[in-house]
Design a protein around this ligand. Sequence first.
Ligand SMILES: [Mg+2]
Ligand SMILES: [Zn+2]
Length: 176
Amino acid sequence: MKLIILDRDGVINHDSDAYIKSLDEWIPIPGSIEAIAALSKAGWTVAVATNQSGIARGYYPLSVLESMHARLRELVAEQGGEVGLIVKCPHGPDDGCECRKPKPGMLRQIGEHYGVALSGIWFVGDSASDLETARAVDCQPVLVKTGKGERTLTKGLPAGTLVFDDLAAVAAQLLT
Ligand SMILES: [Mg+2]
Ligand SMILES: [Zn+2]
């Protein structure tokens, strides 16, 4: 199967250092919904792995997070596509969980869900921890310049990282 895994904040929707705490704050980056729909319609399964420590910090409840993901699914469906498995880490940095990126637990969960090996699968993110997570399970690290991406670029990237302007450009590359 053709599987691609995306980080959420800064890749699909605009990010904020103050967290995305409500449905109103969840605003898609231009072209991202269309990109997911186009990939889906071309036979790609598009999964999402997102750190959401704002839950552990009490900034927003799980129900609000779920409403954002319902909105994402709805918008992609309007474009004739489908969003695959969305895996979230609701824990804080000190909780010692196995899912919070850069730990690769969420990517493993997605691989197990679909019964595929993660090696070479593209994982698209905007922060250094996303790239590190990809490397931990032999995924192809892909950086987009949206969200924290420009900042991440200045820190030096793991060898072999692919860089694109945004998710639309990633999709365009895979669909050529
Ligand atoms: Mg991000
Ligand atoms: Zn976790």
